[in-house]
Design a protein around this ligand. Structure first.
Ligand SMILES: [Zn+2]
Length: 75
């Protein structure tokens, strides 16, 4: 018999910290949840309106509209 041992990577290191970090989209006020605490200047995408948001503060989490990267395509 093969022992049913599931090898899972030990990702849970600190379980006593904040369970889940959530924030509100400044564009549509939709809820944005982070699986892990966001990093400053990290860019996330709102799942509700699809806008890109930049993390400008982490404690508490503040989001701001990420500056649009205007690529010059010579339109
Ligand atoms: Zn949004």
């Amino acid at each position: 018999m093969i022992p049913a041992t599931t090898t899972q990577s030990p990702t849970q290191t600190a379980t006593h910290s904040t369970a889940s970090t959530s924030c509100t989209c400044p564009e549509c006020e939709g809820a944005i949840r982070f699986d892990r605490p966001p990093l400053r200047s990290q860019v996330v995408r709102c799942t509700s309106c699809g806008v890109e948001l930049e993390v400008v503060n982490t404690a508490p989490v503040e989001l701001a509209l990420a500056p649009e990267v205007e690529e010059d395509w010579g339109e």
